[in-house]
Design a protein around this ligand. Structure first.
Ligand code: FES
Ligand SMILES: [Fe+2]
Length: 379
């Protein structure tokens, strides 16, 4: 931030606190400024629930993934008793990180001097430590990180007091209960790095205003702006629905799906759980992005998706499954281009934020949520 921080934040707060009919895009510096980024890491990612993907990706004892929350290295591992455990990924000896990526382990062995931890984080063995009188294996364990499951998603937080996702998203869970999202089966997943600020990814995903143009090569042709609904804005999330053509097998409920009735059988939900889980939920399939910023201009994304259980268990649906994967990858490639172009554009000397459409109400709501947290107010 070029001038006094609290003054800049106060100005920003007043800019985003307008009503929707006067709303503007955020100023460029909130996407590029390293100091502002540090505040976001601390007050947004360090305090919110951050998604680390689907729980069914870690199905077996010892399956793990290494991730970060607000830059903090964390391991999530399936323990012997079948639970998912989140632990600090930093060794209690000389503080090496422990595991990388994904995999399966029987125990967590530090790659530096082989201190060895059980899957619950307790230290099991440490070579050649008998001579140090302060060493007490029983007193050493990897610190636990709060981890909760909600509708099949793994959520982590560094905040001891944050209300659980089941509370924050309770109304949403009721609204989408007939989709039974918790039972959707992940069939593909990949990680990628995009050049841009994390908020651009979130903002792109939570409005369908860009569908007819940015996605004209894929799904855009079937979307008319006049049919789009304004987003529903809730504390901590927003969503809107798209009613799709009934003849599209990808976005229509499987004949064996008796939970969904009427238009719900062809309604897609576009859900943004702040700050960093974006879900497209259709009766037949779903896809998602969850992401972790690695700096103002770099974001690590987990892109995954899969099928409703009726499709996943239907041998005749394998080609639909392949189509779903190919289509979502093509849509995401279009999104990436749009997001990276915005990141280029907002660094122009002549860049200036413009007014938002009513179809970007979710963006305005999200901006208020982020800025309120960064400036220390939850209101
Ligand atoms: S830093 Fe982990 S065993 Fe030494
Ligand atoms: Fe998009």
């Amino acid at each position: 931030m070029t001038h006094d921080t609290s003054l800049a934040l106060a100005e920003l707060r007043s800019q985003v606190s307008t009503s929707l009919d006067r709303a503007q895009a955020l100023p460029p510096w909130v996407y590029t400024d390293p100091q502002y980024f540090d505040l976001e890491q601390d007050k947004v990612f360090g305090a919110a629930w951050i998604c680390a993907g689907r729980a069914d990706a870690l199905a077996h004892t010892g399956d793990f993934l290494a991730t970060t929350v607000a830059g903090e290295p964390v391991i999530i591992v399936r323990t012997d008793d079948g639970e998912l455990n989140a632990l600090s990924n930093v060794c209690r000896h000389r503080m090496s990180t422990l595991l990388q990526g994904r995999g399966n382990v029987r125990r967590i062995v530090c790659p530096y001097h082989a201190w060895t931890y059980d899957l619950d984080g307790s230290l099991r063995a440490a070579p050649a430590m008998d001579a140090n009188a302060t060493f007490c294996a029983d007193a050493i364990r990897l610190p636990a990180i709060r981890c909760e499951l909600w509708e099949g998603w793994i959520f982590l937080t560094l905040d001891r007091d944050a209300p659980p996702p089941s509370e924050t998203f309770a109304d949403l869970a009721t609204s989408i209960q007939d989709y039974a999202m918790g039972g959707y089966v992940e069939t593909f997943r990949e990680e990628m790095i995009w050049e841009g600020n994390w908020k651009l990814v979130a903002e792109n995903f939570m409005e369908s205003y860009h569908l007819p143009v940015c996605h004209r090569g894929t799904v855009g042709g079937s979307v008319a702006l006049r049919t789009l609904e304004e987003s529903m804005l809730r504390d901590g999330y927003n969503y809107h629905c798209l009613v799709r053509d009934a003849d599209n097998p990808l976005t229509t409920a499987h004949p064996n799906n008796t939970r969904l009735q009427g238009d719900a059988r062809r309604t897609t939900w576009v859900i943004a759980l702040y700050p960093s889980l974006m879900i497209t939920l259709s009766p037949g399939y779903f896809w998602y992005l969850c992401f972790a910023p690695e700096g103002p201009s770099r974001v690590r994304l987990l892109f995954g998706g899969g099928m409703a259980p009726e499709f996943a268990s239907d041998p005749d649906s394998q080609d639909i499954l392949e189509q779903a994967r190919a289509l979502t990858a093509a849509v995401l490639a279009e999104d990436r281009l749009c997001v990276e172009r915005v990141y280029q554009g907002l660094q122009s000397r002549l860049a200036e934020p413009g007014p938002l459409s009513h179809l970007e109400s979710g963006n305005h709501h999200f901006a208020q949520w982020v800025v309120n947290r960064v400036s220390g107010s939850q209101g």
